[in-house]
Design a protein around this ligand. Structure first.
Ligand code: ZN
Length: 373
């Protein structure tokens, strides 16, 4: 049997008290003591410690069965914050998250990505000004996650593949030197999947496919992102869908990226909103293009599903435009082309959020804090 020291038990009790308050909007000392089977003096001691550290606060009274009102406690959601930054070629989105993972502030900067000092300096100064405007001190900010379009080393310090932004080899030190707060890179597709996981407790295993201007994938196993041996797991976008097809930025021809991404769907200069407005009024050429897109997507999803028999969640900027009729179409098409047709639906639309990627870049810091407390 594992042996725990007195300090370990104290730490576990402290953590249990915090987590109990975290998962209950408001609670009383008595409720904590009965739910956690702890003595009232033990709970009192941990409540006092948590109050002193500013992690919880008193918030009025709760009715109690014995008539006397009990003091209500709740966590201070802004006691710690995390920052998520989505870096894109011509702009960056910055979000601030509280301990519940809610976005409490956000901003954006139109700045052309360049792998040089003036870019890193301008971006960092902008983020630092934004952080200074937050109503917390710098040491309450847990970290800054930079969501990058590309593959990131396991420790989040280096871009191991970054052809979209042409930043392969970029080290986090280029940004870290401007911040006292810890920084790391995270693959953008992983960020969107993490955001989805945070909101949906029912997901256990899934493939998350982010359909944005570019395509990105993540494998979720046991509610964790499966990065693989070298961080390349889930890079379905560069599997060949049409041999010798359209040229891909990766150097190959016919990758799924060229057919199943928004860039693969739209014509040059076309806007997504306009495309779907035209589809709504049944413009024949747009409808044709949409069906051809769905057919390619069906082949692609079938290939993925043959490798990993889990549900597939479609997210990214395309998700809000996907209708149930489109998902039905994909299922029908897949049943016709697959070697192993199944009756149950397995493709779902994600809980799309405008800032899913930047939020997902900050969430790991919140998660880490909650695990360590
Ligand atoms: Zn490719």
């Amino acid at each position: 049997m594992e042996k725990f020291s007195l300090t370990d038990i104290k730490k576990m009790n402290y953590s249990d008290v915090y987590h109990y308050i975290y998962s209950n909007e408001k609670t009383s000392k008595q409720s904590i003591a009965s739910a956690l089977r702890m003595s009232l003096p033990t709970v009192t001691q941990h409540l006092n410690d948590l109050l002193e550290e500013g992690l919880i606060e008193k918030c009025g009274y709760l009715k109690s069965q014995i008539g006397r009102k009990a003091i209500a406690y709740r966590i201070v959601p802004d006691a710690r914050l995390a920052i998520g930054v989505e870096i894109l070629s011509s702009r960056s989105f910055i979000t601030v998250l509280n301990l519940y993972g809610h976005v409490i502030d956000r901003t954006k900067i139109n700045l052309q990505f360049q792998q040089n000092e003036s870019y890193f300096k301008e971006l960092s100064e902008f983020i630092n000004r934004f952080i200074s405007a937050q109503p917390v001190s710098e040491d309450q900010i847990l970290g800054i996650g930079f969501a990058m379009q590309g593959l990131v080393s396991q420790d989040g310090t280096e871009m191991i593949y970054g052809k979209i932004l042409n930043c392969t080899g970029l080290h986090i030190d280029s940004l870290q030197k401007y911040f006292k707060i810890p920084c790391r890179f995270i693959h953008d597709a992983e960020c969107a999947a993490v955001s989805e996981l945070w909101d949906n407790e029912e997901i256990n295993d899934a493939i998350y496919l982010s359909i944005g201007h570019h395509l990105g994938g993540s494998i979720i196993l046991n509610r964790m992102i499966h990065n693989g041996r070298t961080g390349r797991s889930g890079t379905f976008e560069h599997t060949i869908l049409i041999p010798d097809g359209r040229p891909c930025y990766c150097g190959q021809k016919g990758c799924a990226e060229c057919y199943c991404s928004i860039d693969g769907l739209l014509l040059k200069g076309e806007e997504l909103e306009n495309f779907f407005a035209e589809k709504e009024i049944r413009n024949p050429s747009v409808l044709n293009r949409w069906h051809s897109f769905l057919n390619d997507l069906a082949s692609f999803l079938n290939n993925i599903h043959m490798s990993l028999d889990t549900i597939i969640i479609l997210g990214g900027h395309l998700a809000p435009f996907l209708q149930q009729t489109d998902l039905n179409y994909l299922h029908r098409e897949i049943r016709q082309i697959t070697a192993f047709p199944e009756n149950e639906d397995f493709i779902f639309r994600g809980n799309y959020q405008e800032n899913a990627v930047s939020r997902g870049a900050g969430l790991p810091y919140i998660q880490m804090f909650l695990e360590e407390i």
